[in-house]
Design a protein around this ligand. Structure first.
Ligand code: ZN
Length: 148
């Protein structure tokens, strides 16, 4: 069996047995809380590494909120400064609400496509969204229509 065949087999197995596996992992995590901590630490570390990579690539040394100047990368998010973030997520990720790591992994996987992004902190990001006129959101198809 080649690696590709193995991957296909594993994927099919996971899909077929998703409920059983879910139960198994749930039980395992409950019975081994010590591994959960380790797992969370690793996940957090991977996430920080990915975020650093994305921000370094797109903002090359200018990693700070473009509104208030805060430099703590844990607080920074990617902002589509010409709008259309939800539209892009819907078209390319299949879900307008797929933000965070899904979008970051997508950027990496697609070799850092040229997208108009800027770093802003979570608070400024909320204010930007709050201040964006609804009409503009509709023009950009950013109104949240779940399941459409
Ligand atoms: Zn800010």
């Amino acid at each position: 069996m080649t690696t590709k065949q193995k991957q296909a087999y594993n994927k099919e197995y996971r899909l077929k047995n998703i409920e059983t596996l879910r139960e198994y992992h749930k039980k395992y995590r409950r019975e081994h809380p010590q591994y959960l901590d380790k797992h969370n630490q690793r996940t957090r570390k991977d996430w920080q590494k990915l975020k650093q990579l994305i921000f370094s690539h797109y903002f090359n040394g200018n990693i700070k909120c473009q509104k208030c100047g805060i430099k703590d990368i844990r607080l920074l998010q990617l902002h589509h400064y010409e709008g259309g973030g939800a539209k892009q997520r819907r078209e390319q990720l299949g879900n307008p609400n797929a933000g965070g790591s899904t979008f970051y992994y997508w950027l990496k996987k697609n070799n850092f496509p040229k997208i108009k992004l800027e770093p802003v902190c979570a608070n400024c990001h909320i204010l930007i969204r709050y201040d964006t006129p609804t009409i503009k959101k509709y023009e950009n198809n950013e109104n949240r229509k779940r399941g459409k």
